[in-house]
Design a protein around this ligand. Structure first.
Ligand code: M6R
Length: 614
């Protein structure tokens, strides 16, 4: 996590850096800072809290102090030390000449620190980053060259880093370095940029170099030189950046989350357009590089992911097993790693990640790769570290998702998982042609059904208001919608801070029912299908304990109308595709509750969009 931005050119660096940081706040937003460097002067500004606090401090500054045309900035998600001003980046050496911003974790900082203290380094913060500042400063004293100092220092560091580093004595250059943390260099005309991610620089340039692990770059206003880990000058390709600046606008919505929820019908259309022409045509999945022979040998599938992506994976288990009869295990990446997982060359390992940067999933994929399993990555970021590890890549193309709470990316993950399941099913020996064509038909109806829900959200808003003061919430469902219950609860927790838990409805009576009374809302997802009656019975059990019942359903008959205190009726949909429809109701409910409570919907406390630490 954490976002870094660097600029060197002809314009006032502070404006570009602050704007860039505002587009990287999704990576962390507990404190921020900038360093503005000109000939023999470096001005550093830091503030705890949101970027706006930093902007206010800078606004009061003397114009001359902020006129530099080079500088580096940082927005932080704390890993080592509280989110205070002292712990905010940039960090410096004793005399303040060497200035650094960092994304990642220096794992051996405790081993390096005593030695540096002995040499007279005075540590002001509790961060791991400050060790890197002192270490590079010492190398600089010896080598008198910033590039060489960084090249030598990074060899002593363990862990993950994306650095931008400046020195007062050479304001004409920024040194950038990367290992296991994203870093790009934007190429301009007489100016260059450094950033953790594309949104920070897309307004200024559409051309960039992706820095790879163990590379170090020397960035000047009119040149960029990249060196490999042995210090050899190399040439990285200049690539065209994929985003349009428009993606970063709220387009009239109050929050990015609401805008992204409303984008979902188009996300679905986009996911299906080149893949499913009609229910009778074979699915087209050009990105999947599994040969017929390889496909025939797959006897086990493992899905690894975290958070919302994990819930998409759980839906995937139901769909893939239903259509292909291949056994699927789904596991949180952080649990998959550091144990002897059973996988081999006939195992297909699917990593799902919006960001493609999640450290737990990256480590899990590395582990699976060692067992020669075929790695399929389903991600929103084709340019991510995870995408580069893939044997097959299924880009979900949801567009940039700014809100920390994932919504449209979940939808796009679901749709791509459905498509992949169909693809696998069509390649089995005896495909169930009817089941495959039914699911395709249903998927094609999804956009208009989503629009029906999104075009009239009044009822959901009223329900949200009614229950917004609840302290706890329970979500129940069975079968393929059990993951929907988990995802609905996660959304509510993340943005409203209400304690919410998702249970398989049948589990309620095995313990959680003890918590039920008239203060506890229970939201039940009931889709007309195999488990409908069973969930109804579980709702009766909850009602008998005076819980407040909210139903999300596509069917209620006369005799059950009074069972629910409140209900959201969704359009008719088959059981297997219903998670993609139900989730929108739960996203809207979480959104409106958080909004009524006045929470920071797009940037909830303690979270970050990409979780790049284990
Ligand atoms: O980028 P990823 O999909 O790998 O991220 C996984 C989780 O960190 C993420 O889904 C998280 O749970 C979101 N905040 C959910 O809204």
């Amino acid at each position: 996590m954490c976002g870094i931005v660097g600029y060197i050119g002809k314009k006032r660096a502070v404006d570009i850096i602050l704007k860039g940081l505002s587009h990287l706040e999704y990576r962390g937003y507990d404190s921020a800072g900038v360093a503005l460097v000109s000939t023999d002067a470096a001005h550093i500004y830091k503030a705890s809290g949101k970027l706006n606090n930093l902007k206010e401090i800078i606004c009061l500054e003397n114009k001359e102090n902020i006129s530099a045309t080079a500088g580096i900035g940082h927005t932080r998600w704390a890993t080592h030390g509280l989110p205070t001003e002292t712990n905010a980046h940039p960090h410096t050496c004793n005399c303040g000449s060497l200035i650094i911003v960092h994304n990642g974790i220096i794992e051996n900082y405790k081993d390096l620190k005593p030695e540096l203290e002995k040499k007279g380094c005075n540590f002001k913060s509790q961060t791991d980053t400050e060790v890197a500042a002192h270490l590079i400063a010492h190398e600089f004293e010896e080598k008198k060259d910033l590039l060489k100092a960084v090249q030598s220092a990074v060899k002593k560091l363990k862990g993950a880093y994306a650095f931008s580093i400046m020195h007062k004595s050479c304001p004409e250059k920024i040194i950038a370095a990367r290992k296991n943390a994203p870093l790009i260099i934007g190429i301009g005309d007489g100016e260059n940029f450094i950033a953790s991610d594309i949104p920070a620089i897309i307004e200024y340039t559409k051309k960039a170099i992706y820095v790879s692990d163990n590379q170090v770059a020397e960035v000047k206003a009119d040149s960029v030189k990249i060196y490999d880990e042995n210090g050899n000058l190399i040439e990285n390709k200049i690539e065209n950046l994929p985003f349009e600046p428009i993606a970063l606008s709220k387009m009239g919505y109050k929050h990015f989350m609401l805008k992204e929820i409303h984008e979902q019908p188009d996300v679905v259309r986009n996911a299906l357009v080149d893949k499913i022409k009609d229910e009778n045509a074979a699915i087209i999945l050009d990105d999947v590089k599994l040969s017929k022979e390889k496909l025939a040998k797959i006897n086990r599938i493992q899905i690894i992911a975290c958070g919302t992506s994990l819930h998409a994976g759980l839906v995937g288990k139901y769909v893939i097993e239903e259509l292909t009869k291949i056994p699927v295990d789904v596991e949180a990446s952080s649990e998959y790693i550091y144990r002897n997982t059973i996988a081999d060359e006939n195992t297909l390992v699917i990593g799902i990640s919006q960001s493609g940067e999640t450290a737990d999933t990256i480590t899990a994929i590395k582990q699976a790769k060692e067992k020669n399993s075929h790695i399929l990555i389903i991600t929103n970021r084709k340019d991510s570290a995870m995408a580069r590890m893939a044997d097959s890549l299924l880009p979900i193309n949801a567009g940039i998702e700014v809100s920390v709470a994932a919504t449209k990316s979940y939808m796009a993950q679901l749709l791509n998982i459905y498509c992949f399941a169909i693809y696998l099913a069509e390649h089995t020996k005896n495909p169930d042609v009817k089941a495959i064509s039914d699911i395709k038909k249903e998927l094609l109806t999804l956009p208009s059904k989503l629009e029906i829900i999104l075009n009239d959200t009044k009822n959901i808003q009223n329900i949200s208001k009614k229950y917004s003061n609840s302290k706890d919430f329970i979500f129940i469902a069975r079968g393929i919608n059990y993951p929907s219950a988990l995802e609905g609860a996660l959304k509510l927790k993340e943005i409203s801070y209400i304690n919410a838990t998702g249970y398989p409805a049948g589990e309620l009576k095995h313990g959680p029912i003890a918590m039920l009374d008239e203060t506890m809302p229970v939201l039940a997802i009931l889709n007309k299908g195999v488990v409908y009656d069973k969930v109804l019975s579980n709702c009766e059990e909850a009602k008998a304990r005076q819980a407040k019942l909210i139903g999300v359903t596509n069917f209620i008959d006369e005799k059950h109308k009074n069972l629910f205190d409140d209900a959201v009726i969704i359009p008719e949909i088959s059981d297997i595709v219903s998670p993609a429809l139900n989730i929108v109701v739960l996203q809207l409910l979480a959104y409106h509750i958080a909004e009524y409570l006045g929470k920071d919907v797009d940037q909830p406390r303690n979270l970050a969009k990409s979780v790049t630490v284990e």
